[in-house]
Design a protein around this ligand. Sequence first.
Ligand SMILES: Cc1ncc(C[n+]2csc(CCOP(=O)(O)OP(=O)(O)O)c2C)c(N)n1
Ligand SMILES: [Mg+2]
Length: 341
Amino acid sequence: MSAGGATPAAGGATPAAGGAPASAAQPAPTPGSEAFRVAAFAAMVLLRRFDERVCAAVGEGRLEGTVMHSSIGQEAAAVGVGLQRLPQDVLLSTHRGVHHCVAWGADLVKLLAECFGFAGGFAGGLGGHMHIVDPDSGILGTNGIVGAGLPIAVGAALGLRLQGSPGVAVAFFGDGAANTGAVHEALNLAATTAAPVVFVCEVNGFAETTPTRATTGGTVAERGAAYGLPSAAVDGCDVHAVAEAAAEAFARARAGKGPTLLECRVFRQGGHWVGDPELYRDPEDKARFPERDPLALLLASGPVEGEAQIRAQVEERLDAVFADAFSQPRPERVDVPAVAT
Ligand SMILES: Cc1ncc(C[n+]2csc(CCOP(=O)(O)OP(=O)(O)O)c2C)c(N)n1
Ligand SMILES: [Mg+2]
């Protein structure tokens, strides 16, 4: 049986091994409770270690024909939101979206296989990490087109409402994306239709190599007011703060009260892409990571029950996931027919 899935019986996303309660219909644990601390810690360890192992594999030259975007440092935003999801909810993600998919409860073997171009991936290994789609777990797509997930989320949310579903669409985007037209059209359309969407902007201070302060007037959260959207800006490295704000936003959407815009201020520990020499980045900024590390911040607020066991279970699970994905064959070669000119 696969070690990747969200089925507890598969040795998969039990709370202690990390991952969102994808197969569970029960609500998320209350932020501040011990159950929340354990679930959030386990999920963040899973995201961190999955990402670190992916980066290591890229460093070993195992990724062919594309690049990888790491999300180390941004785990609390993905987990604080992901813990709120119920099975009927859907996710729209970004080019830097592997952590969103892990937090959402994606099958890790299929996810990893897709990232590295193996045949068992969600798209048969032909799409890569910016084309992750898994309708079974409500993942409607990571997306290489910056800002493009938001209009899709609004459409998906309106579709859910038409079907009578209580589902919510979640759309992650970056601070660079916040300056694209599609994002503003989506915020406006969601507001005018009271679509059940939770918009989550991960403000990591950069769009590729460009610092946000050079491109962004005001804050992303302030922009919500222009469209009449309830908005909040939270410390995106604090999983409790994210979860509290996200729980309110999901509740608003489920109650038919429309969309919410959340700004999560996160810390991009690595470069834009794995291998980025980051010549544009102030080393002092990068050295701040220990103060902004979501895992360290959670542990600083008190011990997490069973920490060592959680870490060991995550390693064991990932050993199986990586062995499974990396032993798969490559997809069949597809010859694209020449287009007559
Ligand atoms: C529409 C569009 N414009 C430009 C790009 C090139 N591009 C890829 S990632 C990126 C930066 C996006 O920054 P942000 O939204 O803050 O996301 P982050 O990389 O920080 O997670 C850009 C400009 C693109 N992929 N799509
Ligand atoms: Mg950014």
